[in-house]
Write a protein that binds this ligand. Structure first.
Ligand code: FAD
Ligand code: UDP
Length: 365
């Protein structure tokens, strides 16, 4: 039985802690915030509406092992996410689909017509080196300008052409009327919320949780056979090679008393001049009944908590140099969205933590 220190209690850290504890090791799980769950944390606001403190988190995955694993710690509420974009005074489905194009231009195109239209306006870009290449090659100039350019500039403070292809590549384009945001086989919300899921995940006699604890300052680090670090990669090395860019967001929460629902779907995106990127209304996600409603506006910013790694050529280069340092750091495993500097969804973070935990258990013997 070894002692393992896990730094950070988001999905990456909490799953690793559980797996190591179940394998018979003693785990100290240190989280600097005053709650579990990392950025997926949810809580009731002053009016009693369940909200996500760090912006909307919708669970979706294609991976049965991830689904089965988390299902040990939560029941689910079936939920398919839908997003409308506020463009030209209309609310139009995103991802762009047949309805989006017909409503935007006042047409009545069939699926086949839409396919032909996209074929005509699509810009041939090969290889696909940037998010601009991806968007232009999927939907052409006009739709790229209306739906992607402004939103991306606000979200990242970078042009589409300065971002890796995978960023805007997350959003598909469809010729059908399918208006779901995700196409994954499993789409759901934890029935009792994320905080409850995390409480069950770390509820194990071999896990000692410390909230409000700086993981890297823990005295137990010296006795630990292994440290699992899920904080920002550059922070671990005291930013010695320079700062990795992480994009932050200011979340402006608001409760609207006496308003049952304020918008038709959970999230409305604003690619236009508004200073925020999107507004999410939580009751759509949770199905909660309440006489009022609660929303959050997201204002992207360069300062504040690190939320998004910024995938682009220079940051990739710097991240690679930090990863080389990390690989030489014996007895430490770097895991998760911040420590791996990868734009991971929750299910990908869980999958990576499960794989890494198997390897750690094997190595601990
Ligand atoms: P985190 O959740 O960031 O957890 C890391 C934890 O480590 C934090 O709690 C931090 O406080 C702690 N920590 C860091 N350094 C230290 C230290 N030195 N000592 C102690 N503690 C430390 N994914 C989806 O699948 N669906 C979505 O809809 C979705 N929406 C998102 C919306 C927003 C606005 C954001 C920002 C992300 C979204 N994600 C979504 C991604 C999701 O948040 C991540 O996949 C997930 O949080 C990754 O978990 P993690 O444990 O790697 O990192
Ligand atoms: N995007 C956009 N317009 C939109 C939605 C997304 O330009 O209305 C681009 C933008 O660059 C964004 C990326 O696509 O960062 C990925 O969007 P997603 O909704 O997956 O972002 P997340 O939920 O991770 O913030």
């Amino acid at each position: 039985m070894a002692l393992v220190v896990v730094v950070g209690a988001g999905f990456s850290g909490a799953v690793a802690a559980r797996e190591l504890a179940e394998a018979g090791h003693r785990v100290v799980l240190a989280e600097r915030r005053d709650h579990l769950g990392g950025n997926a944390y949810d809580e009731r606001d002053a009016a009693g509406v369940l909200v996500h403190r760090y912006g909307p988190h919708i669970f979706h995955t294609q991976a049965p092992p991830v689904w089965d694993y988390l299902s040990r710690f939560t029941a689910w509420r079936p939920y398919e996410h839908r997003v409308l974009a506020s463009v030209g005074g209309q609310l139009l489905p995103l991802p762009i689909n047949r309805t989006t194009i017909n409503r935007l231009y006042g047409w009545d195109l069939s699926e086949e017509d839409v396919r032909r239209y996209l074929q005509r306006v699509r810009v041939d870009r090969k290889p696909l080196r940037t998010s601009e290449d991806v968007v232009l090659s999927r939907v052409g100039q006009d739709l790229a300008d209306r739906f992607f350019r402004g939103y991306t500039l606000k979200q990242w403070n970078r042009e589409l052409s300065d971002l890796a292809p995978g960023v805007a590549g997350r959003i598909p384009v469809r010729v059908t009327e399918d208006d779901r945001y995700f196409e994954d086989q499993y789409q759901a919300m934890p029935r009792d919320g994320y905080a409850a899921l995390f409480r069950r995940l770390v509820d194990h006699p071999a896990i000692a949780v410390g909230l409000g604890v700086e993981g890297l300052d823990l005295p137990e680090r010296r006795q630990a056979a292994l440290v699992v670090y899920t904080g920002p990669l550059d922070a671990y090395f005291g930013h010695g090679l320079g700062r990795l860019p992480y994009r932050s967001i200011r979340f402006e929460h608001q409760h609207l008393p006496g308003v049952p629902l304020v918008q038709p779907v959970a999230t409305v995106n604003y690619p236009g001049p508004e200073p925020y990127t999107r507004i999410t209304e939580f009751k759509h996600l949770t199905g909660q009944r309440h006489s009022g409603t609660s929303i959050v506006r997201e204002y992207p910013t360069g300062t504040g908590d690190p939320y998004y790694p910024v995938p682009g050529p220079e940051s990739d280069l710097l991240a690679r140099r930090y990863r080389a340092l990390a690989a030489r750091e014996s007895g430490v495993v770097f895991l998760g969205r911040l420590a791996q500097y990868r734009y991971l969804n929750m299910d990908q973070a869980v999958a990576a933590a499960l794989v890494a935990s198997k390897r750690m258990v094997r190595n601990l013997g």
